[in-house]
Design a protein. Sequence first.
Length: 240
Amino acid sequence: MNFFNFRFNRHSMLLAAGALMFGAQASAHTVWLQPDTTAGVYRVYFGGHAGKLEAYPADKLKSVDAYDADGKSIAVKRSDAADGVRITPAKAPAMIAMHYENGIWARTPEGRSVNKTMDEVPGSKQATNAVKYHKTILQWTPFVARTIGQPFEVTPVDAKAPQAGKPMQLRVTIDGKPTAGIKIGHGEDTADGTTDAQGVVRFVPEKGFNKLWAGQRTQVSGNPKFSELSYEYLLGFYAE
């Protein structure tokens, strides 16, 4: 077991902790990784609502990409099972990224959220298209301070390994452009900062494994299937 896996396992309870309440059921969940019981294998988790883990359809996990210290792609073996997706990078990665589509969730006239489009629910006037992105940083190399092309992305401004209690800077980009006004926190229910005109925000990591949350909702007009687009992001990394 490498150094990161040892640290990650010590603090694995932190990965499932924290309420991620974001209104509708669709956007009250995030997706993340933690090491599995077998060395070199990572398990994909999905959860929210007071930190509860939930089962998820494996086909909603659209992509998993692993990178080495130089930013070169690493082959990933994926195993879909009833208790979740497991991935095995061909060698020790510097970073793993994921894209998860939670689908469209419409609000019924009674106030329930159902996994259907707005035009499939009689009387519905609101539906959210919920999209999730994630990175886990395992090695702090210059590569991790570069964007990788996620439509909604959180990236450290520099590649210096973070230290608990000491501020670090991150940049939020949408379609590759720095974006102002994006809230970040240790969870959706906390407000640790908002990005400035350059898309940069300050974040103070805690000791152990950090799950930095960022999100944005955008109203959509003229679409019969959904009325808003929800992006949520979790950036995972360890701080001494």
